[in-house]
Design a protein around this ligand. Structure first.
Ligand code: NDP
Length: 247
């Protein structure tokens, strides 16, 4: 089965790095016209030029509803519509229970929950029958490592959002699914692991039933499938892309 996204327009939030970058590249290779968002002009422009295929870079912070409205309007004007939304932008913050302060809490909840809500609310008026929304979850939603409780709680929210939103928009022919990666080798994973990153990655490789952590491209393959008409009867589901290792 070849995934064909010809004539589709896609938005990937957080498309300048890691998993979002790989998703934007994969959707482009499958034939979609892709717009990526991020908060930094230089980073987003250089990512779009590496992705190629006319990828449209838009500076927009998912925590700001007005910026997401403007991003979607720009996509409509420039690319002629919107059919695929990948709410990928997400952040973590390490803090054990006693040290979760307002700043860390609001950063993680603001990006991972409110940011996803803003993205989907901004996109919804432009989405028609056959559109697909993919929310980026995490296996941390079941049992996050110590210090990652707020992150895990927000990612459990993706499951709750998808399961409920499909009822809220019943009859519109728009699917919403969650892709939940395990440990994937990206800048944010290496940041989270800190100075001892290489040996922490060795330990994850050792624990993994498949013998290694994942690549961003392995997540992108699954997102492309969910985004496509090949997944036309999959709705409100969550798929783990973790090689069998729930970290
Ligand atoms: P990266 O840090 O590599 O990339 C994050 C992207 O999100 C960047 O493009 C960043 O750009 C963007 N971003 C961050 N905050 C905002 C914001 N407020 N508004 C718009 N864009 C923003 O992360 P990953 O690729 O590792 O993670 C991507 C997603 O996958 C996240 O939701 C993460 O939780 C999830 N995930 C990752 C796993 C992993 O092991 N890597 C495992 C499970 C889930 P900029 O900073 O320039 O705005």
């Amino acid at each position: 089965m070849r995934i064909d996204l010809t004539a589709k327009v896609a938005l990937v939030t957080g498309g300048s790095s890691g998993i979002g970058f790989a998703i934007a590249k994969q959707l482009t290779e499958c034939g979609a016209a892709v717009a990526i968002t991020g908060r930094t002009r230089d980073t987003i422009d250089s990512a779009a030029s590496s992705i190629g295929g006319g990828c449209l870079p838009i500076v927009a912070d998912v925590t700001q509803a007005d910026e997401m409205d403007a991003a979607v309007q720009r996509i409509g004007e420039t690319l002629g519509g919107l059919h695929i939304v990948v709410a990928n932008a997400g952040v973590g913050a390490n803090a054990p229970l006693g040290e979760i302060d307002d700043q860390k809490f609001e950063k993680v909840v603001g990006t991972n929950l409110k940011g996803v809500l803003n993205t989907v609310q901004s996109a919804l008026p432009m989405l028609g029958h056959g559109a697909s929304i993919v929310l980026m979850g995490s296996t941390g939603s079941f049992e996050a490592p110590s210090t990652m409780s707020v992150y895990g709680a927000t990612k459990a929210g993706m499951r709750a959002f998808a399961k409920t939103w499909i009822k809220d928009i019943k009859g519109r022919g728009i699917r919403i699914n969650v892709v939940s990666p395990g440990a994937i080798d990206t800048p944010s994973l290496r940041d989270a692991l800190g100075s001892d990153g290489d040996s922490a990655i060795d330990a994850l490789n050792e624990r993994s039933p498949i013998g290694r952590i994942g690549t961003p491209e392995e997540v992108a393959n699954v997102v492309a499938f969910f985004a496509s008409d090949s997944a036309s009867y999959i709705n409100g589901e969550e798929l783990y892309v973790d090689g069998g290792l729930k970290v």
